[in-house]
Design a protein around this ligand. Structure first.
Ligand code: FCB
Length: 473
């Protein structure tokens, strides 16, 4: 049964807010969050397999098993995408399948991704591959992980193996997903794998991740000269809670530096911002930067992937959650006072207008780079009603508001080319395990039954009409 809405509906033919022709509508996932099958076909442990076994690290002691069992149900999942009318699918490739233990290539691991890509192409869904969505082989972490510069070169080797096989058929490549999380949540706060709480290590990791991005971009160019290449960053507008308070203003500057500009500027401008270099001097940033690094890191890109979930409203006055270990290296006492706004199930405030602000400001500061929203979405405690339907009205409201915000940015001349909802499927939400559901499609993890939520049907209507209908329609 097709769940596509009736395309003869005149309201769909003339959306109230049309998106540009060719706008890319998609959904995103990541390997460790959906695949399961963590010991199959030669895959070896990643830092997340190890981290999940640490007592208290992940809610309910959840692990990458069963995920959404996507490794075995890939064909069914591509059929779901087809039913939804998705034009593109953003997924990540698991390094520990492709070069287990960071060592020799494993053709059996690559076979899975070739099958996935070929199935997508057969269904006219554009494959958008991310090389690194956080699943570093554990053996490389044992050698220092991202704190060790050598890991960037191992990443380039891994990229080479992937591109040799798929470079001829994947048109869009992303090197890294959210290097900020890998570096600062993984090595400073310890909330993500590998769970280290060493601020200096996080700063080294950030630079080596950027270097890996640059080296990986060169590999993409060599093997897929006609493909587009980019990186995905998690970006946030940052505001001082009290714009009249110099302490809040300075904290906002620091948080913006760590979260946004520390990644944007090296990639798009070829230098670290002066204030970030000064703020991070006590943590040794400049000591890791070798003469050619910034040239490598700033190789021209075809697109910037923007993951947007909310804005940040920061105060210099600490609260009970402030202090080390903190992801905010050099600004550990920052707090995020509540504005009393509605929140999603992961406690993030809903701030859709921040998306317009972010896109417009990226366009003003970095005017040449085309933008894609590579993630945006919300967790809600979804349950099927007595009719078997998941009535996720909050998610529809979230999506509607954020698509309107994206549209407003396009009207202000932002070169925004696509939108990927996070996530296609309910999945393993990192430290929150299976407790938080972001999917358009509900997954019953015991039976692995998939049920498209009402939001999936709503989104497929948007895709079919290439835009939004008037409020209330
Ligand atoms: C992003 C991650 C993604 C998912 C969403 C909710 O930071 O890239 O894997 O967990 O958050």
């Amino acid at each position: 049964m097709s769940i596509l809405p009736d395309e003869t509906d005149p309201a769909l033919a003339r959306p109230e807010l049309p998106f540009p022709p060719g706008f890319v509508w998609g959904a995103a996932t990541a390997a460790f969050q959906i695949e399961g099958a963590t010991t199959v076909d030669g895959r070896t442990p990643s830092i997340w397999d190890t981290f999940c076994r640490l007592p208290g690290a992940v809610t309910n002691g959840d692990t990458g098993e069963p995920g959404a069992d996507h490794y075995r149900r890939m064909a069914e999942d591509v059929r779901l995408m087809t039913d939804l009318g998705l034009r593109a699918y953003r997924f990540s490739i698991a390094w520990p399948r492709v070069r287990p233990d960071g060592g020799a290539p494993n053709p059996a691991g690559m076979d899975f991704y070739q099958r996935l890509v070929d199935t997508l192409l057969r269904h006219d869904i554009t494959p958008c591959a991310t090389l690194y969505h956080w699943d570093l082989p554990q053996v490389l972490e044992d050698r220092g992980g991202w704190v060790n510069r050598d890991t960037a070169y191992r990443f380039a080797e891994y990229a080479e193996t992937v591109l040799q096989r798929l470079g001829d058929r994947v048109p869009h490549w992303t090197t890294l997903n959210e290097p900020w999380c890998s570096a600062f949540l993984g090595y400073a706060r310890g909330r993500h794998a590998p769970g280290r709480t060493e601020p200096e290590a996080a700063v080294a990791a950030a630079h080596h991740l950027l270097l890996a991005h640059g080296l990986g971009t060169a590999v993409i160019r060599r093997h897929a000269p006609h493909a587009s290449a980019g990186v995905t960053l998690n970006l946030f507008p940052v505001h001082a809670a009290d714009p009249g308070d110099p302490g809040d203003l300075d904290t906002a500057r620091k948080v913006d530096g760590l979260q946004n500009r520390m990644f944007l500027a090296p990639v798009l401008l070829g230098s670290y911002p002066d204030d970030v270099l000064t703020d991070l001097a006590p943590f040794g940033l400049a000591e890791h930067v070798r003469p050619d690094d910034l040239g490598t890191i700033s190789a021209p890109l075809d697109m910037l992937g923007v993951n947007y979930y909310r804005d940040l409203h920061v105060s210099s006055r600490p609260d009970e959650r402030s202090g080390p270990p903190s992801e905010w290296v050099g600004a550990e006492h920052v707090s995020f006072p509540s504005r009393g706004l509605p929140r999603t199930d992961v406690d993030w405030e809903v701030t859709s207008e921040g998306l317009t602000e972010l896109l417009v400001s990226l366009h003003e500061k970095y005017p040449r780079i085309p933008l894609y929203i590579t993630e945006n979405g919300a967790a809600y405690p979804d349950r099927a009603g007595p009719d078997g339907i998941v009535h996720d009205v909050d998610r529809i409201g979230f999506l509607d508001a954020h698509l309107r915000a994206a549209h407003a940015a396009i009207e202000r001349d932002v070169d925004l080319r696509g939108y990927f909802y996070w996530s296609l499927l309910d999945n393993f939400e990192w430290a929150e395990g299976y407790a938080k559901r972001f999917g358009l499609v509900h997954v019953d993890f015991a039976s692995q039954r998939r049920t498209p939520k009402q939001s999936a049907l709503w989104y497929s209507g948007v895709i079919a009409g290439n835009g939004l209908r008037a409020v209330g329609e």
